[in-house]
Write a protein that binds this ligand. Structure first.
Ligand code: DGJ
Length: 705
């Protein structure tokens, strides 16, 4: 048995597993029927106390229920009536699994529990990994057909990554993210109904509409206080999480890849591995949960967490599809003058792409726009001291393209059904190995030949008519396409170590822990209106750190909403993430260009704090919204505050900064005034927002003395 201080312990005599993070404990026990059952998830308890705990039983006392603790993965057998995380069918039509606990392995921070079916050739390995730096526990499952060649296939109708259980509480509140194109990441906090609540994407992508993240509390937690249980699935395709609050007060949730109704086949010897479903517990409220997620993303998810996210200039809102060498060079020169560090040539540079009607799939520079190819622009961008980035949408194809004319069979389709076009495009089936190879080679060549430092990988439609003609297990498309996208990104990064990748799917349609494991940041939303962005960024920050949140300053009036806002306000909103520029700089006045250059320089000073500090949300959208970034050593601090509209006769209240040290003093670096930490933490700081709508402030404080 490992030393008691080890983060992972399994006591074979009691069948008890204990996972410890600095701020939490998770415990489970092998039930008398061989199924791992939940025991505890919460604040620290010692192992003897955990061993004495009964498994978390239901309060129902009736012959209509089995008196059993919640499963770590419910296998659809026995008196189980909630959502089953594992649903299988054997060749004889029998459903579900009945486990025998076979063995365990503990290796460092990892625990694996091997379960085998009593009668059928099926094994499941439940994996647990502790990420001590962030209080996160990762979970996943590997399901294997252990039969010989003569045994029939096993149908897998559902294979979740994990089931989580909250303790019995008087009430439950569910925090989750909803939205749509241009309104991603809207935070909802709703009382959890006594029912099954399904959060899902059936689109083959994470989606703009829901995120595979949720947080539960008892309805009283705040940003700073209260127990919360939070989980996030690391998957970029279709997914489903079902939260089940039963009438006697128990709440569990099970989640994994795939939406309802799909079925995958396991042939003898085959294994299906789920994505990671990560979870954390904290007593420090929603803010503490977010900071723990941010730490986790930085330490265990992002490929290059310590690399400064560059100030990007992106041409899309300036030029749309109307791109050519001279126009882009003009923008690049202005972008360099403003201090941009990366110039991204967006859509429209290739094939016959002068609108969204044609060209997708033909990844060769459009001769009329770039007669000598992209290299001269890339060289000019480099000469100006910026990195060169290129927009691609490799999973997509227009019917009007050479690629589609050559390989019409490469698209996801059902021959007997009408193909739905979205944005005039179809989706390539990356689950087919030859399509994956084509995409990898095409991107590799583009990067190599054009000295590309950054790819913006876009995807502007989702899956419909999900067919894979001729394939015996067509629903594999939903998993294999996503895995191929991940694999191509991984290979590109491995072969081009300096290459950065920005995840994009019509804005924030594919932002999740799995895509961030192979990209540097995500394009948060196509909505660049700074007022709308405040709400989008607030939701995004629940799970993802600021360095992954691409935020551009664009033109005023905003091209989408028509809202007129001051440049400074737009900058202050975008400075809360990975700052970028996206406007038509050729129309900006000299004064605007100078002001923008000064604000970019100010952001660069701030960048270590925003991109690597701790984030504290001081107030949510509506009225005054403010965010506080603190350096990890607690010395440097920055506040960004935004008030989109003013009210006559209402002064903005002082904002308390609970993350500061009440015993210290803090110097306002711009005003030169000193404040006592006690006052700032209790009474708060007067933001002194200027009069009028679209008021904003950036305040920098340094701990002194
Ligand atoms: C959607 C992206 O979100 C935009 O930034 C832009 O790249 C367009 N696609 C280009 O078609």
């Amino acid at each position: 048995m490992p030393a008691p201080s080890s983060p992972v312990l399994f006591d074979p005599a009691r069948g008890l597993a204990v996972l410890r993070t600095p701020g939490s404990v998770y415990a489970l026990r092998i039930g008398s029927d061989g199924s791992p059952r939940h025991v505890y998830w919460g604040a620290a308890l010692d192992t003897a106390d955990l061993a004495a705990l009964p498994s978390a039983q239901s309060r129902a006392d009736s012959s209509f229920e089995a008196d059993a603790a919640p499963d770590e993965l419910a296998p659809q057998t026995g008196a189980r009536f909630g959502p089953a995380g594992l649903q299988v069918r054997f060749a004889d039509g029998t459903r579900g699994a009945q486990w025998v606990f076979a063995e365990y392995t503990v290796k460092g921070d990892e625990l694996r529990l091997l379960l085998t079916d009593r009668r059928y050739p099926l094994a499941a390995e439940l994996g647990y990994r502790v990420r001590p730096g962030s209080d996160v526990i990762e979970r996943w499952v590997e399901l294997t057909h252990t039969g010989g060649d003569d045994s029939g296939p096993i149908a897998v109708d559902r294979l979740d990554s994990a089931s989580w259980t909250a303790p019995t509480l008087p009430d439950y509140r569910l925090s989750h993210l909803v939205g749509g194109w241009n309104s991603e990441f809207q935070l909802r906090r709703d009382r959890l109904p006594v029912a099954e609540t399904v959060l899902t994407s059936r689109r083959g992508m994470t989606s703009h509409h829901a995120s595979p993240w949720l947080t539960l509390d008892d309805g009283t937690a705040t940003e700073e206080h209260g127990e919360v249980w939070s989980t996030a699935l690391a998957w970029s395709g279709s997914w489903r999480v079902t939260v089940h609050r039963d009438p006697v007060g128990r709440t569990t949730w099970t989640g994994g890849f795939g939406h309802e109704g799909m079925s995958w086949t396991l042939a003898p010897g085959q294994t299906l591995r789920t994505p990671v479903f990560a979870g954390l517990y904290t007593r420090g409220g929603f803010g503490s949960a977010s900071r723990a997620w941010h730490t986790y993303v930085r330490s265990d998810v992002l490929p290059q967490p310590d690399r400064d996210r560059p100030v990007v200039y992106n041409s899309w809102e300036a030029t749309g599809f109307d791109v050519d060498h001279d126009g882009q060079r003009r923008l690049a020169r202005l972008a360099a003058r403003l201090g941009a560090e990366l110039f991204v040539l967006d859509d429209g540079w290739f094939g016959a792409r002068t609108s969204d009607q044609a060209g997708l799939g033909d990844w060769r520079p459009r001769p009329a726009a770039f007669p000598d190819g992209l290299r001269p622009l890339a060289d000019e961008v480099h000469r100006l001291g910026m990195a060169f980035g290129l927009w691609v949408e490799p999973e997509m194809v227009n019917r009007d393209s050479d690629l589609y004319r050559t390989h019409p069979d490469w698209v996801v389709h059902i021959p007997t059904r009408d193909a739905t076009e979205l944005r005039n495009q179809l989706m390539l089936n990356f689950a087919r190995p030859e399509v994956e190879s084509w995409a990898h080679e095409t991107l590799d060549r583009l990067v190599r030949e054009n000295d590309v430092d950054w790819l913006k990988w876009d995807a502007n439609r989702v899956v419909t008519e999900a067919g894979w003609p001729g394939h015996p297990d067509p629903d594999r498309l939903w998993i294999d396409h996503t895995c191929a996208v991940h694999r191509i990104m991984d290979r590109l990064r491995a072969d081009h170590p300096g290459l950065g990748i920005e995840a994009c799917a019509g804005g924030g349609g594919r932002v999740d822990l799995a895509i961030l494991a192979r990209t540097d940041q995500a394009w948060t939303s196509d909505n660049t209106d700074p007022v709308d962005r405040i709400g989008i960024q607030h939701g995004f920050s629940q799970l993802f750190p600021a360095q992954t949140m691409a935020a551009w300053v664009t033109d005023s009036p905003n091209p989408a909403t028509g809202r007129i806002t001051p440049l400074r306000f737009r900058f202050h909103v975008a400075m809360a993430g990975a700052l970028g520029l996206g406007g038509d700089l050729t129309r900006w006045s000299e004064e605007e260009l100078d002001e923008a250059a000064a604000l970019v320089a100010r952001y660069k000073d701030l960048r270590p704090l925003v991109q690597r500090g701790h984030q504290h949300r001081l107030s949510g959208p509506g009225g005054v919204t403010a965010v506080h970034y603190a350096s990890l050593d607690g010395i440097e601090h920055a506040l960004l505050a935004w008030r989109p509209s003013t009210r006559f006769g209402h002064r903005s209240p002082a904002l308390a900064l609970p993350a500061l040290d009440p015993t210290a003093r803090y110097l306002d670096l711009d005003e030169g005034t000193a404040h006592s930490g006690a006052t700032l933490t209790r009474q708060g700081i007067d933001l002194a927002l200027p009069r009028g709508d679209y008021a904003s402030r950036l305040i920098r404080l340094r701990r002194v003395g």
